[in-house]
Design a protein around this ligand. Structure first.
Ligand code: GLY
Ligand code: MN
Ligand code: MN
Length: 437
């Protein structure tokens, strides 16, 4: 189910086909990130770098040089080092990078400075995403300056520097059949984990203990880590959009909001479900829940090629705002409340985002100034929510502290959509039934 080496090679070729003749692209790998003394965060390769190589080591750099006779794909990587490998593990080394990852030429990173001038010299255009790494920005500047210094000897440095993001991220926005297979599996595993959490939930558990049910299911199904820090927020904590402390006790009578998705072979799932800790919704909780669900179902139903992305968001605003009026939580007329943004006191985020190798995936939302229409192969989340602040004195006390989001992952297909995360119940009846067992 993983992306095959021929898949990675095809991506490199597709990118090179779009690059200007006589150009070069630089794509860096991620670096190890220190956590505390002598400890590092688990390494996660940069998504762009991985998308083009499948190579999972830090301290590496990919160059794509279309049309170069000595080789179009050049990778700098950590050299083999028996001593370091005893302590920290295997390295592919330049030879392994050519054999296993399809580089035409590979060199140790230590040789980067001395080789780079030759690799960049004479290329008219450099594709490089400036601004991601200050250190690399500086190195690129130095490499270019070293070529410029030899101008009188006839050396020519690239005269144009172009952000690579646009070409590459447009490719990543449209998922191939192979990618869709992986994302279906990520959606399925993430959904199963949510079901497990619903079944395991009971008053008295700590939020991170419920989180552990989710992470356990991920790990037992090939996903060592989640795609992002899981959010498990009981009661008022559900109103904190990016709550990740996950330390409080889950209480009878409260809802719990879980936003969690696995990372499977570099692809993210991203699911949110909100359910009662006790297994039974209160009337207020149910009323708000039914409203969020109604908007989510309508937004998913509206997904098909040609519909502008923003239309899905606007639809969620219309339905949620009308529902807030009907519940007496907002007062005024629909148009006025939308116009003034009054609904943002309860619904302060967008309907969703692109989903892929990054949970908030790459790809433009506007093209030539207009919100882009959905197209087959795009994957987006649909995640409306209502969050009634515990401090909101404009609403009756019984509503305060209710936070609800419902999120699914949706693939745009030729004729409509496919929900990749459909395996978790979301109707009140289904949830209560599952939790009663
Ligand atoms: N889990 C992050 C998000 O839903 O956007
Ligand atoms: Mn989410
Ligand atoms: Mn999301």
């Amino acid at each position: 189910m993983r992306i095959s080496q021929s898949g990675f090679a095809a991506r490199r070729q597709q990118l090179m086909d779009q690059m200007a003749p006589g150009s070069v692209a630089i794509i860096p790998a991620a670096a190890d990130v220190p956590r505390n003394r002598d400890v590092e965060y688990p390494f996660r390769q940069d998504s762009d770098f991985y998308y083009l190589t499948g190579f999972n080591e830090p301290d590496a750099l990919l160059l794509l040089i279309p049309g170069r006779s000595e080789g179009q794909v050049v990778i700098f990587c950590r050299d083999r080092d028996p001593e370091m490998e005893i302590w920290n593990g295997y390295r592919a080394g330049p030879e392994g990078v050519c054999k296993q990852y399809g580089a035409d030429q590979a060199y140790p990173v230590a040789e980067m400075d001395e080789r780079m001038a030759e690799l960049l010299e004479g290329r008219a255009r450099l594709y490089y995403s400036m601004g991601s790494s200050e250190a690399l920005d500086g190195q690129v500047r130095d490499w270019l300056n070293s070529i410029r210094k030899k101008a009188r000897l006839g050396a020519v440095a690239p005269s144009e520097i172009v952000m690579l993001d646009h070409l590459l991220h447009e490719m990543r926005l449209f998922k191939s059949a192979e990618e869709i297979e992986v994302m279906r599996a990520a959606g399925r595993i993430s959904a199963e984990a949510h079901v497990r959490a619903m079944k395991a939930c009971q008053p008295g558990l700590l939020e991170y203990q419920l989180e552990a049910e989710i992470t356990h299911h991920f790990a037992m199904n090939g996903c060592r880590l989640p795609a992002y820090s899981s959010i498990v927020g009981g009661g008022d904590n559900a109103c904190v959009l990016h709550y990740t402390e996950n330390r409080d006790e889950l209480k009878n009578g409260d809802l719990v909001l879980i936003d969690a998705g696995c990372e499977l072979d570099y692809y993210a799932g991203d699911i949110t479900r909100t359910f009662p800790v006790s297994g039974k919704f209160s009337p207020e909780q149910q009323a708000v829940y039914e409203l969020v669900l109604k908007s989510q179902l309508a937004c998913i139903e509206a997904i098909r090629p040609g519909v502008p992305w923003i239309r899905i968001h606007d639809l969620s605003v219309e339905i949620l705002t009308q529902g807030l009026i009907d519940l007496g939580l907002l007062k005024g007329d629909l148009e006025g409340l939308i116009e003034s943004g009054a609904y943002k006191a309860f619904y302060m985020h967008r309907i969703g985002h692109w989903l892929g190798m990054d949970v908030h995936d790459v790809g433009d939302y506007k093209v030539n100034g207009d919100w882009r229409p959905l197209e087959p192969g795009m994957v987006m989340t649909v995640e409306p929510g209502i969050y009634i602040s515990p401090q909101n004195e404009h609403v009756d006390k019984r509503w305060r502290g209710i936070g609800i989001r419902i999120e699914d992952d949706v693939l745009v297909t030729e004729n409509g959509y496919e929900i990749l995360s459909a395996g978790v119940p979301k109707s009140v009846a289904e949830i209560e039934q599952l939790m009663a067992r």
